[in-house]
Design a binder for this molecule. Structure first.
Ligand code: C2E
Ligand code: MG
Ligand code: MG
Length: 712
């Protein structure tokens, strides 16, 4: 810039031409005047500044081409040219960009004399401004477009929402709502729009019936309270038309709010259903265990007066399994439903009936002022359940056993009361079913004893604590031993020898009889295999063993392992074996018979149907129960029964064994009535295998069996 002329400092006095020159020099435009030979006539200072030229380079007479060349040397870029481009002879602007970023616009004005004038203007700032303006305009347009798209999308979005949506302003007037909102409340689109007030909408809803179970004013009151609270809130509103909506209210900073309305009717219904299912038994619609516990807890906690009590009845149906087995599960289900209905008819509003699964029910009777109320209900239940049931044409009768525990005396918490009612039920069942028992503290003790015995029993088999005793069965006429009945004994490590009457019912109940019975069969066959060939062994098989699969294999396996001939094995069953699944049981009995195994009916006369069962299977032997033998001397009916059975058996080709013969008199009586065999203490008590060997078998070869040996 050093060579730029500083005219401002010119000391010469002002002259009009100089003044004009001075003014032109200070123009913001660069100006070049050239003659027809395209030589500089005049060039102002601004021109020299724009192109960084010295006064020497622009002095008059300089060829325009030099100036052009100089400009080109600067490395400029042409941004735009006039439309009819004819260089500098034609008026029109050319826009250049210099390497330093400045933008110059120049225009050439031809003059009549063939010369011309060119103006050069630095339009950098103007260009920048216009570029910025342009960008702003563009941005504005883009923004507008974005807004338009966003609005469109918003419209699509809100009108396709599954929820109703509405915006209200601070004056409680609608700004916008979607179609779903209108649909949900049955509102007409032409009556609802921006500016509609909340109250107007509420009124329209009132007309449409899309309104909760409260008055219009109450609802407006509530809705306004929500609206002005400035707190976000979620509420569930049940409408009179049966729909349930969830309203999410969200205040906006300007005092208005946005609310979404969701139809949760189906969701609520399934929630209610799930809740119901979680607390009820699906078959009977009675309470289930969970609900029972809740109710029992409430009942125990709610006792207002000290004398108020809560009775828990634990009910178990008798012979339900037989109904299921005989008529099928469908009939069983039907029976349970009828039982539920009969129970419902017997209880009060405040009582709870629950099905605990299977054929077990619990009734919470609360409150009661006197245990006599519990007695009355239990009696009512037993009476009602023992009425006949019609199961789709099948008439059947069952019974009910009930255990009762009364809180708080028998327990302060549900668990304890239920457990004690269960103990009482166990007793009721043990006492012959069809009855009820109140809990007594002794039952608890008995149950513990039972539990201990159960544990001991399971250990007894691997520990080798069982032993078989054998009792001789003697021919009455010849006094010869025909065989022995195997009778199990338990050598308990602490309690000593335990009789089967004590542990067999428990073993049957817990299913332990199956492995235990298997051991008995194997052991008896193995022992008997060592006896003389004409002696048989009798083994007792319980009903539970008959119900478990594999009995046949066990017996066949025991015979094979011992080498005992099947004709030497006798199976003793009681009539309970034939009580259930008679067909299947008979099939097994026939299979056993076909192998040559003898089948005896034990304890004949103690059940109700002994005679009936004699018809359905050709037993080899009848064992007349001890109770008849015992009374034979002084009870005419016992004598008659023994006589009749002996006659019947003889007629059918069956052997008769009198059990429990203890006296010579009894022996003589049964002999004269026609019995063929006897078994009893008179001849011998049951003895360990070794004693049998020593007392009877070893001497048998040498001499005839003694007339009477009573073992120690
Ligand atoms: P049960 O099969 O009727 O056996 C006869 C029972 O009468 C035996 O009692 C026997 O000891 C007893 N007894 C025999 N003669 C007399 C007598 O003159 N007077 C008296 N008072 N009793 C006599 P035990 O051995 O106590 O067996 C009782 C019951 O236990 C048996 O009755 C049988 O039902 C069952 N039992 C025994 N062992 C087994 C077994 O291994 N398996 C199965 N399932 N049950 C068995
Ligand atoms: Mg027996
Ligand atoms: Mg018997």
């Amino acid at each position: 810039m050093a060579d730029v002329i500083e005219h401002a400092n010119d000391p010469e006095p002002a002259h009009p031409t100089r003044l004009l020159e001075h003014a032109i020099d200070n123009l913001s435009l660069g100006l070049v005047i050239f003659d027809s030979k395209r030589k500089v006539v005049f060039c102002n200072r601004r021109y020299a500044e724009i192109y960084r030229l010295s006064s020497e380079q622009i002095k008059p007479g300089t060829a325009i081409s030099e100036l052009v060349e100089h400009r080109l040397n600067l490395g400029l870029k042409v941004l735009s040219k006039p439309d009819a481009c004819a260089g500098e002879r034609v008026a029109g602007s050319t826009v250049l960009e210099l390497p330093d970023g400045r933008i110059i616009s120049y225009t050439v004005y031809p003059m009549p004399d063939g010369g011309g004038m060119a103006t050069h203007e630095d339009i950098t700032d103007r260009e920048e401004l216009s570029t910025r303006l342009k960008r702003q305009v563009e941005l504005g347009q883009a923004h507008e477009e974005n807004l338009r798209i966003a609005n469109l999308q918003f419209d699509i979005a809100i009108n396709n929402m599954s929820q109703g949506l509405c915006f209200f302003d601070a004056e409680h007037r609608l700004i916008v709502c979607n179609d779903r909102f209108l649909d949900m409340y049955g509102l007409q689109a032409d009556r609802v729009g921006p500016g509609t007030s909340l109250t107007e909408i509420v009124d329209m809803r009132f007309e449409a019936g899309s309104f909760p179970a409260m008055s219009r004013d109450e609802y407006i009151d509530w809705r306004t309270k929500v609206a002005i609270s400035a707190e976000p809130s979620d509420s569930i509103v049940e409408l009179r038309n049966g729909r349930t909506f969830k309203i999410r209210h969200r205040p906006r900073p300007d005092g208005g709010w946005v609310a979404t309305h969701e139809d949760i009717t189906e969701q609520r219904q399934s929630e209610v259903k799930i809740e119901y299912m979680a607390h009820h038994d699906a078959l009977t619609n009675l309470a289930n265990r969970i609900l029972l516990n809740e109710r029992l807890e409430q009942a125990l906690g709610r006792r207002i007066h000290a004398e108020e009590a809560v009775a828990v009845h634990h009910l178990d149906l008798d012979q339900f399994k037989a109904v299921n087995d005989t008529f099928g599960h469908h009939a069983g289900d039907r029976l349970l439903k009828i039982v539920a209905d009969r129970l419902r008819a017997l209880v009060r509003e405040t009582d709870t009936i629950a099905r605990m699964g299977g054929d077990e029910f619990v009734i919470v009777q609360a409150p009661i002022a006197d245990p006599a109320q519990a007695t009355a209900l239990a009696q009512g239940i037993i009476g009602s359940i023992s009425e006949p049931f019609d199961l789709d044409g099948h008439q059947t009768t069952i019974g009910a056993s009930i255990g009762i525990a009364v809180g708080p005396g028998d327990g302060l918490i549900p668990d304890k009361l239920l457990r004690n009612a269960d103990l009482a039920l166990y007793r009721a069942k043990g006492d012959g079913r069809g009855t009820f028992r109140f809990f007594e503290s002794a039952m608890d003790h008995q149950m513990q004893t039972r539990r201990i015995m159960e544990q001991d029993l399971r250990k007894a088999l691997p520990s080798g604590e069982f032993e078989l005793y054998y009792q001789p069965v003697v021919n009455l006429a010849s006094n010869d031993i025909r065989g022995f009945e195997a009778l199990i004994r338990w050598n308990h490590p602490k309690r000593g020898l335990i009789s089967p009457a004590t542990f067999i019912p428990l073993a049957e109940e817990i299913g332990f009889i199956v492995p235990m019975g298997e051991w008995v069969i194997r052991q008896a066959c193995a022992t008997a295999a060592g006896w003389p060939d004409d002696l048989h062994v009798a083994v007792n098989i319980s009903a539970v063993q008959f119900r478990s699969p594999g009995l046949m294999q066990v017996i066949v396996g025991a015979l094979a392992a011992s080498g005992l001939h099947p004709t030497r094995l006798e199976i003793e069953i009681t009539e309970t074996v034939l009580l259930h699944n008679r067909e299947a049981t008979l099939a097994v009995l026939h299979q056993l018979r076909s192998l040559g195994i003898r089948i005896a009916m034990d304890d004949f006369g103690t059940g109700y149907s002994s005679l009936t069962y004699l018809q359905c299977f050709p037993f080899d032997k009848i064992k007349i129960d001890r109770s008849f033998v015992k009374n034979i001397a002084d009870n005419a009916s016992s004598l008659n029964i023994v006589r009749a059975v002996a006659a019947l058996a003889n007629g059918m080709g069956m052997t008769t064994t009198a059990e429990g013969v203890e006296t010579i008199e009894q022996r003589d009586r049964i002999a004269s009535e026609g019995c063929t065999e006897m078994q009893g203490f008179l001849f011998s008590r049951p003895l360990p295998a070794a004693d049998i060997e020593r007392l009877y078998l070893a001497r048998r070869e040498a001499q005839k069996a003694p007339d009477r040996i009573v073992a120690a």
